[in-house]
Design a protein around this ligand. Structure first.
Ligand code: ZN
Length: 477
């Protein structure tokens, strides 16, 4: 029976002949309950395919259970500390623990073997026919910042589990094992550290060290919080979480775009070629302050004006980079003492600057620092702090993963667009230990991190299908 012939013709007759011929082959998996469920679902017999099974055959047999997936997204959103439609799910809280249990249960129901590491990254593995080969992984996060929506991250976790179900129902058998990962705390809500789980997986010694003394706003230590959720049991050293470079042959994350491009252009799939990474900077200026009436203009050293001038300098340096991909924001600007009749004696700025080109972004940071020093000198104020809080390198998607995602979209007749992720994701850190790629699906008006966040069942199902076929391809490569 030639699968290639089948693929080339797509004729109904051959499809019929194909079904007849495989149903004539004696099955070796009669007693397998997964197969029985698959058979119930698809309405025709499914048998273990041979390992030479061609991934190009798959598109016609991939069916997403969009209704069940939507029900799961709705159900997961009820594990929230704020009322619907908002979702608030903060690391290691009771609701987070319950939501994790919900996911582990689903991983088990899909026949995956589940393990958790010391910070609660959760892994569900489907062993391939050659389990000694490095696995292909997919996943995202389920934590949600206060009063946010139910799709950010969740689509990449529940969607990944459904992608595995899709492949199982189709009769696909992976060569490389497939693994679903739930990353701990992508959002910085509780401990101020974003992508905590994936950053640690990627081997961040600095983070493993910092977490020994990190506390939240209630002064609860990270380790105590982790223990209350059942993690970090008998060790303070979290280096057990580190994965070696090359632990996976590929990693793919499915995510809502969190931007308006796909929806506006009417495209179902975005294929991410690069993830921009932010650097954050804290700046403090100090002047003498004084009475707003009594101190004459030539005698002032106004810390507030220094901050204002620096904010404009940030904009100038970003625009001067010459690339539309360079962005900079002064999101916090505080003046002390903050009275109408008092010259600001202190000012505090927090600056976020991002790019997909690390050198270009770091060049902007350097110029901002030079401006801060020049402004302080000219205005007679003290630059009491210029601190780069973090400076993560951007990541490029891997060519082989991009090609697999593009081929999958094409075979499924779903138009795609190559694009840049301007928000950053766990994929940014997975790129340090594995070839990486990301799939975007449209979301309503690009809304995210608010209750109005929405992605249609159809768009989610398309994303899951492309993910499933991409995983199949990568698993056989
Ligand atoms: Zn996210």
């Amino acid at each position: 029976m030639s699968l290639i012939r089948f693929y080339c013709s797509y004729s109904l007759l051959l499809f019929f002949l194909f079904l007849c011929s495989i149903s004539a082959i004696p099955t070796q998996v009669n007693g397998d309950s997964t197969t029985k469920t698959m058979e119930d679902f698809s309405g025709y017999p499914i048998h273990e395919p041979s390992h030479s099974f061609s991934p190009t055959f798959l598109p016609s047999s991939l069916s997403v259970d969009a209704q069940t997936l939507q029900n799961q997204i709705d159900e997961l959103s009820t594990f929230s500390d704020t009322p619907a439609p908002s979702v608030t799910r903060v690391l290691y809280t009771e609701k987070d623990v319950l939501a994790r249990r919900y996911i582990k249960n689903l991983l088990g129901l899909s026949g995956l073997s589940v393990r958790e590491d010391a910070v609660g990254n959760i892994f569900g593995r489907w062993d391939g026919s050659e389990p000694e080969l490095t696995a292909v992984a997919t996943g995202s996060h389920i934590d949600a910042i206060p009063y946010s929506g139910k799709y950010d991250g969740v689509v990449g976790v529940l969607g990944a589990i459904e992608a595995i179900n899709v492949l199982k129902r189709s009769g696909f058998k992976p060569k490389r094992s497939l693994e679903v990962i739930l990353f701990t705390s992508e959002e910085p809500t509780r401990f101020g550290i974003s992508c905590l789980g994936s950053r640690l997986l990627s081997g961040s010694e600095a983070l493993a060290e910092a977490l020994k003394t990190t506390v939240d706003s209630q002064n609860i230590s990270f380790l105590k919080a982790a223990r209350s959720a059942g993690y970090a049991k008998d060790q303070d050293d979290l280096s057990s979480v580190f994965l070696e470079k090359g632990s996976y042959s590929a990693f793919v994350e499915l995510h809502i775009e969190q931007g308006p491009i796909l929806e506006a252009e009417g495209l179902p799939i975005g294929i991410v070629t690069a993830i921009a990474a932010p650097a954050s900077i804290k700046v403090d200026f100090e002047g003498n302050g004084g009475h707003a009436g009594a101190v004459l203009m030539p005698n002032r050293n106004d810390a507030g004006l220094a901050a204002a001038e620096l904010a404009l300098a940030v904009e100038k340096h970003v625009l001067d980079s010459g690339s539309i991909d360079t962005v900079g924001t002064v999101g916090i600007l505080e003046l002390h003492p903050g009275a109408i009749n008092s010259i600001p004696s202190k000012s505090h700025l927090e600056i976020d600057t991002r790019d997909i080109d690390e050198k270009r972004r770091n060049n902007v940071i350097e110029k901002i620092q030079q401006s801060a020093m020049t402004i302080a000198k000219n205005r007679g104020v003290k630059l009491s702090e210029f601190k780069i809080i973090n400076q993560d390198p951007p990541a490029l998607s891997d060519k082989s993963v991009i090609e697999a995602m593009e081929a999958a979209s094409k075979e499924l007749n779903l138009t795609h667009k190559l694009m840049i992720s301007r928000a950053y994701h766990d994929s940014l850190f997975m790129a340090r230990i594995s070839p990486m790629g990301m799939l975007f699906i449209p979301c309503y008006k690009g809304y995210s991190h608010k209750p109005e966040e929405y992605a249609s069942s159809q768009d989610i199902a398309n994303g899951v299908k492309v993910l499933a076929l991409t995983l199949a391809k990568l698993s056989l490569s």
